[in-house]
Design a protein around this ligand. Sequence first.
Ligand code: ADP
Ligand code: MG
Length: 314
Amino acid sequence: MNNLDKFIKLGTAGEGTYGIVYKAKNKVTGKSVALKRIKLEKFCKEDHTEGVPSTAIREISILKGLRHSSIIELQDVMYTSDRLYLVFEYLELDLKRYLDGTSKPVDKELIRSYIKQLCEGLAYLHTHRILHRDIKPQNLLVDKEGHVKIADFGLSRCFSLPTKSYTHEVVTMWYRAPELLLGSKMYTNGIDIWSLGCVMAEMFNKRAMFPGDSEIDQMFKIFKILGTPTEENWPGVTTLPQYEVSFPKWKATELKTHINFNDSEEEEFLKLMLVYDPFVRNTAKALLGTGYLKKAKLTAPDMKPFPDTTEEYC
Ligand code: ADP
Ligand code: MG
């Protein structure tokens, strides 16, 4: 039996940057999986080979070796000459849909628990020298017990992050770190921490913290709240390629005037992530040592039970 024949497609789970994600069932084990199909023609050109680039195969085999409770498990990889199929464990909901679907503010203990699990996941990825580069609510999956898992990881190491997604939507920059917006080519672990900070703020407010609609608008949305960065709070910032001396000089404002915190401990914690200087920004490991995260405990979200999917071939 062809490996792909092991799966019955049950429906579409999502569409994103690289292709379609199907909900499918493994006929042998009966377990649900997410089957991510990536069309390859766009990516192969670079190294002039046919089929899956060898660099991608190497990277993906590294991802297959990762095991962590906060990281979606990549169970299998299959490929044909022009398609790559990645088989992941299946989780019902992404954090974006969860936030959109609840009218109440998110429980502060749930936020704490999610951030702890995500810091653990990032600490694990970063120890394995893997940057996620695209942490955002759509790429974080949740279940009804209170787990949150990082999805859509690592591929950005194989393929450059496109500016337009598979469905021709512009890839969001709302979670992009300021050093990247300013043209730094230095990709450090800090870019994932910045994005996680934006996700945390979004959980408090139930709307995105910096919803820019262009690179300049994105930068200015950040500057208006955190102040325009200076050589004092970010040594070297004025030498970054996209930095302009003509930038308006906004003063930093108080985070609590923009974010619905429950207490000052949350505010102090978030400030450790939304630091301009990527070298001063806290690492995932350092964040795990804070009193705020030490108090975290698994908290179940307020979530309606999911109906069983009817099996339909598609
Ligand atoms: P892309 O690289 O195209 O953004 P993702 O891996 O982020 O692909 O998947 C796109 C969407 O599909 C996600 O935002 C999520 O809603 C859904 N999805 C992805 N992986 C899973 C999974 N393992 N279980 C359930 N849904 C998933
Ligand atoms: Mg995605």
